[in-house]
Design a protein around this ligand. Structure first.
Ligand code: GLU
Length: 522
C-alpha cells in the first residue's frame, strides 16, 4: 500500500501534515486552455454506477469549457474484456445522453503503438527487460518475508544489471521477459484538484512493469501513451487511481511529455458506508433503466454523488447541470449511494413531465408488458389518458405502472390480505357494501361529485369518518391498499364495473368471513 501524503487546508486535523501542502487553489483550467477529457472504462463489466459518475463529470467538465469529451475502451486484458460489455457501456452512455467526440479508441487495436514507446524507453535506458520468472520473484518475496523485510524488485534490480551478452543470450533463447520502468531516486510530487498536493517517495514504489511477458502493455503504460497521444488535458477519474498517478507521472517524465492535470473523484459508498458493490443491490446502469428510472433522473442523481452546487439544490434539468457544474464543487468526502433518494428524485421527474409525455411512457410500458394492445389504445385512449393522469402524481418508477394499473383493466382476482384484515373487519361490512351498492346504483350521472356526495352522506349517517368507508371500498374495487383518489377511480371505471366489483366483494365476504381468528393469524 502506498503511503500518499495528502493535503487539505480545510481538514487540518493534523497541522504538521497539512503544512506539506499547497492547499486548494490550483489553477485547474487556465484562461483559453483547450480542454480535452476522456472516459476510459475497462470492459471487464457493465457500465456501473461509479464509472457512469466518472463519465458524467468528464462530460459536464468538457461542456463547461467548450472542450472535447473522448471515449477510450481499455481492453488490453483480452481474457476479461467482452464485446457484450463494450456494447453495454456504449448503450449506458447513450441512455444517459453522454455523447462523445471522435471515434471510440480501442486500446486492443493500438498494441504496436505501445510497443514503440516501450522500445523507446528501453533504448534510452529508462526501462529494462526483466527475465525473472514468476516463481523466482515469488521465491524472493517469500525470502524477504521470512527475513522480515519488504520485498521490492528494485532492491537488487537483478535484470537491470545483466550484461549485453547475457541479454543477447536470453533473447536468442527466446526467453520471455517483462519490461520494467527504471525508477529514479527521489520522489514524485503532484497537485490534485481535489486532494491538493501529494508527495510519494520513490522508496515506496517499485520498478513497475510496463509490458508483461505476454507482450501486452500494462494499464499504466497504455493509459499514459493514450492520454498523451489523445492530447488529454485533464484527467478526472475515481480516486482508486490516486495511487497509480505517481507511476504515470514517472512514465510521462521518462518519455519527456507534459503532464495533464489531475482530479480524483471521491469514492461512492453504500448506505452502510462500505464501498459500493453488488452486495448493495443493482450497480449496473442498465439495471436502473430496466427498473423504470428516467435517464435524466439518473444523470441528476449521479452528478450529486460527490458534487454540490453549493446551495443544497438537488433537482436540475440536463441543461441546468451543464450550466451549473463546476469542478470546484467536487467534494473530497465519499458520496453515499442512497437508492431511496434516487427513487424520490425519479418520482419528482415523473410527476413534472407533461401529461402527454407521461401518457406516452405509460402506454409504451403497458404495451411492452402486453397489458394492453394497440387496438385498446386506439379505442380507449381517453380512458388511458385519464388513468395516466391519475397515477402520475404517485409514481416513482416506470416499472410500477403494471402493478399500479392492473385494476383499470381487470376485476380484482384477490384482495391484499393485510388490508383485508384491517379494513373488512367491521361486523356489518357486508351490509355496508350492500347499502353503498344500492346508493351508488341510483346515481344517474356517475361523476366524482355525485359519488363523493353519496359516500360522504353515508359516512355521516353511520357517524364514521369517510376513510372508514373509503378504505374498505378501495379494497373491494381495486384489490389493493393504496391507489389514487377513490372518487376519481370510480368515476373512470364507471358504475357497472364498480357495482360488479362490490358484488364480488360481498360474495367473497359471505364465503370468507373476516373473523377475529383470521385477523390474529395474519
Ligand atoms: N480503465 C480504468 C478503469 O476502468 C480507468 C483508467 C483511467 O481513468 O485512468 O478503472
Amino acid at each position: 500500500m502506498l503511503n500518499l501524503r495528502r493535503g487539505n487546508s480545510t481538514e487540518g486535523s493534523n497541522p504538521s501534515l497539512s503544512a506539506f501542502f499547497i492547499c486548494g487553489g490550483i489553477v485547474f483550467v487556465e484562461p483559453g486552455e483547450k480542454v480535452r477529457v476522456r472516459f476510459a472504462p475497462s470492459p471487464t463489466g457493465y457500465l456501473h454506477v461509479g464509472g457512469a459518475r466518472t463519465a458524467i463529470f468528464n462530460w459536464l467538465f468538457a461542456k463547461k469549457y467548450g472542450g472535447n469529451f473522448l471515449l477510450r475502451i481499455e481492453d488490453t486484458d483480452a481474457a476479461r474484456s467482452g464485446e457484450d460489455m463494450v456494447a453495454a457501456i456504449l448503450d449506458g452512455m447513450s441512455w444517459l445522453g453522454l455523447d462523445w467526440d471522435d471515434d471510440v479508441v480501442f486500446q486492443s487495436k493500438r498494441l504496436e503503438v505501445y510497443d514503440e514507446f516501450v522500445n523507446q524507453l528501453i533504448d534510452c535506458g529508462r526501462a529494462y527487460k526483466c527475465y525473472c520468472t514468476k516463481d523466482e520473484i515469488e521465491a524472493n518475496r517469500q525470502l524477504a518475508k521470512s527475513e522480515n523485510r519488504d520485498y521490492r524488485y528494485n532492491h537488487d534490480r537483478r535484470c537491470n544489471h545483466l550484461t549485453q551478452s547475457e541479454i543477447q543470450t536470453y533473447d536468442k533463447a527466446e526467453m520471455p521477459y517483462a519490461v520494467r520502468l527504471l525508477l529514479p531516486e527521489g520522489k514524485t510530487k503532484f497537485v490534485d484538484a481535489v486532494y491538493g498536493e501529494i508527495t510519494v517517495e520513490h522508496s515506496q514504489l517499485d520498478d513497475f512493469i510496463i509490458r508483461r511477458s505476454d507482450g501486452y502493455p500494462t494499464y499504466h503504460l497504455a493509459v499514459v501513451v493514450d492520454d498523451h497521444e489523445m492530447q488529454i488535458s485533464h484527467i478526472l477519474r475515481g480516486d482508486d487511481h490516486l495511487s497509480n498517478t505517481p507511476k504515470h507521472i514517472q512514465i510521462y517524465h521518462a518519455l519527456g511529455w507534459d503532464l495533464p492535470k489531475y482530479c480524483h473523484l471521491p469514492l461512492i459508498l453504500g448506505k452502510d458506508k462500505q464501498r459500493l458493490s453488488k452486495r448493495h443491490g443493482a450497480t449496473a446502469i442498465g439495471e436502473y433503466e430496466k427498473a423504470g428510472y428516467l435517464s435524466v433522473a439518473m444523470l441528476n442523481f449521479l452528478t450529486l454523488l460527490g458534487w454540490s452546487s453549493g446551495d443544497d439544490r438537488e433537482l436540475f434539468s440536463r441543461d441546468e447541470l451543464v450550466d451549473t457544474f463546476s469542478e470546484k464543487g467536487i467534494q473530497k468526502k465519499s458520496a453515499v449511494f442512497d437508492e431511496k433518494k434516487l427513487e424520490w428524485m425519479n418520482g419528482q421527474y415523473l410527476n413534472a413531465l407533461e401529461q402527454s409525455e407521461f401518457y406516452q411512457l405509460v402506454t409504451a410500458q403497458l404495451l411492452n408488458t402486453n397489458a394492453i394492445d394497440e387496438l385498446f389504445i386506439s379505442k380507449d385512449s381517453a380512458y388511458l389518458r385519464r388513468m395516466s393522469e391519475l397515477i402520475q402524481p404517485r409514481i416513482k418508477r416506470l416499472s410500477e405502472i403494471g402493478e399500479m394499473t392492473g385494476y383499470f383493466f381487470k376485476d380484482p382476482e384477490s384482495y391484499d390480505q393485510k388490508a383485508l384484515n384491517k379494513h373488512w373487519k367491521a361486523a356489518d361490512q357486508i351490509t355496508r357494501f350492500e347499502q353503498i351498492q344500492q346508493r351508488l346504483g341510483t346515481i344517474a350521472l356517475f361523476s366524482i361529485e355525485e359519488i363523493e356526495a353519496v359516500i360522504r352522506g353515508y359516512a355521516e349517517e353511520l357517524q364514521v369518518g369517510a376513510g372508514k368507508i373509503l378504505q374498505p371500498l378501495r379494497l373491494a374495487v381495486t384489490g389493493i391498499a393504496a391507489t389514487p383518489g377513490m372518487f376519481e377511480i370510480m368515476e373512470l371505471l364507471g358504475k357497472d364495473t364498480v357495482l360488479r366489483r362490490l358484488q364480488a366483494a360481498i360474495s367473497y365476504l359471505k364465503k370468507n368471513p373476516v373473523s377475529s381468528s383470521t385477523i390474529n393469524a395474519a
